[in-house]
Every structure is written in C-alpha cells, then in structure tokens.
Ligand binder design. Sequence first.
Ligand code: SF4
Length: 373
Amino acid sequence: MIPSATPELPDLAGMTLVDVEALVARLGWPKFRSEQVWRWVHDKGARSFDEMTNLSAAQRGELATHTRVGSLTVAEVQTSRDGTQKLRLVTRDGFSIESVLIPDGEKTTQCISSQVGCAVDCQFCATAKLGLKRNLDASEIVDQVYLGRKLLADAGPERRITNIVYMGMGEPLHNYDNLIRSLQILTHNLGAKLSQRRITVSTSGLVPKLERLGNELVRPNLAVSLNAANDAIRDEIMPINRKWNIAKLLGALRAYPLEHRRRITFEYVLLAGVNDSLTDAAQLARLLRDVKCKVNIIPYNPHPEAPYARPSDAAVDAFQNECKRLGMATYLRRPRGDDIDAACGQLANRAQGGAAIVPLRIRKGPPPAPAVD
Ligand code: SF4
C-alpha cells in the first residue's frame, strides 16, 4: 500500500486542474498525466494512490511524496426514517464537522459546512455558541461532497448528489477564497460536474462579499438568512445587522446580477413571539416586493443554549398564509430527518477525542429540504 498523505502535503481534492498541471510539469511528466490524476480524484472518487492504475507504481509513489488524497474521515453516519443521512466527519486535526444528505425523489441534496464553528453570532444558532475554530480549506469542503458521493454509490447506482447547499456550519462568505475554489472544483466538467444552478450558497449578509460574488465566473444560487423584516428585530437576533443593516443588504441584493429565471432565496427562521406575527409577515411582504425572490419559512428547532421557541403549527400556517395573501412566494421547509435531528449537537459530544472535538449542529434546525425548485 502506498502511503498517502501527511498533513503538510496538499490534498489533491483541493487542487484545481491548473494546480495539478503545474505539479505534473514540476515532476517532468507529460501533460496528459494531469487530466488522468485529476479524474482519479474528482471524477472517479479515488481515495488512495493505489487506485490510480493508469499510473506506474513509481509515479504513484512520486505523487505520494508531493500530495495526499482525502482530508476527512467518516466517523459516524446516522440514517433517519425518511432516508436523510447525517455524516459526522473528522478533519485531520481532530475537529468534527457535519454534512447531511437529503433524498427527495430522484434528487439528493447535500448540505455542507464551510467552517468549524462560526464568528457571526446569530443568537438562535447553536453553531454560533462554538465561536469560530477555523476555516475549512477547499479540500475539506470538497471532500464532504466526495464522501457523500461515495456513500451513495456504495448504496447502489440509482442515487447521486444532484444539489449542494452551503448551509452547514459556518458563514461561507467569511471563508471566501476557499468557497470560490471549492465551487470551481465541484463544477468542473472533468470532475464532479455539478451544475452551478444546482448549488446554493447561504449567507447571513456580508455586503462587500456579496458584491464580489456577483463578479465571479462561477456564480451559485444565493440564499440569504434574513429572519426579520425590520432592523430592530434583526439587530437583536443577528448582530451582523448592526454593521450591514437591511437597507444595505437589500441594496446589494438588488444590484446582484441574477441570470434569467433565477431568484434569491430568503430564509426566515420563525421564532415564537419574536418575528412570527402577522405584522411581521406584512412588513416582510412590503420589504421584498421589488426583489426577485422566494422565501423559505423555517420553523425554529429549539436548543438549550438559545432562549427561543418554535411557534405553534397554527402560528406557522397563519404567517405563511398572510405572506401568500400579500403575493409573496413562500415555501414551508419540511423538517427532514426529525428522528436523527434529536441527536444534533450530540454526535460530536459522544465521540472520543477530547477538546479538539467540538459539538455541532446544522445551524437552522431541521436539515433543509432541497433548495432548488
Ligand atoms: S446562522 Fe449561519 S451565519 Fe449565523 S451563526 Fe449560525 S452558522 Fe453562523
């Protein structure tokens, strides 16, 4: 067995084809080897150099002295009654992160993390309580997808990942360079071949980064965690609003270049007695009336560290009905994997490994239903 990886070596999963071409040139190999190496990792999902059978043993050995394959290991997989699967993945330095596979008919959406913890401090979010431990590098973002793809492939040929949502731990736009690199890799037509129209990046509203994202060649769908229709409430539950308030956020979103038939998704976590009144619904409808958008209503999933409660089903229905009556496209996000959600935040606690293993939780309660309509 050819040893892969020491932590210092770059993971091929985080390398673009251009990076691999540069490496192959440095090694003095013919150029066509770049595509072969790239395809092994990004298309065929190889997780060891031994699998790269069109390279000689000497070449595999040489590659292993300069790179590694794989950044994460699967520590635990929980499967819900509805087929949702939650993966606890461990980084090479011992942090746990989480990724969720959500089947929906022929589609499977994977929810992935972009950071260990988060610095944004949304008051309703369990991930916020961790603070920011560190950014995930591009290989760790991409490897979540490759491990999810392998899990599905091992289960049978009929299921594959069709959609990706950056809605797990972390604020993706706080890890901008690794976000963009991961998008470039995942959408490459010689690799995982995911369509950018089937990838959604969710943000709490980092206005300057939104402007930058609008100028990128690879441009995913955008979801914005809004959660309030006025600054008083948003200041309270999302302190980032004190820096970039709703007016600044909507200004950036109105300027965001949307392609034909694409809309911005607003996420609105309903917190009982905080943002769930009919007045809030009316204010929301007024606020978004000139934005090409839809609104996902997400009833809150309570956790012990936050002083918020989930509204009653009647209150959720009333809120959505008022939004619809006022002409807003709203969707109630069906809770998925309810039975394994109960273990959210406990998976990592149960794991061995001491302080480097952090508790975690997908940030907005139930894993999202597939984000592409
Ligand atoms: S909701 Fe998202 S942006 Fe806000 S603290 Fe949680 S992970 Fe960070």
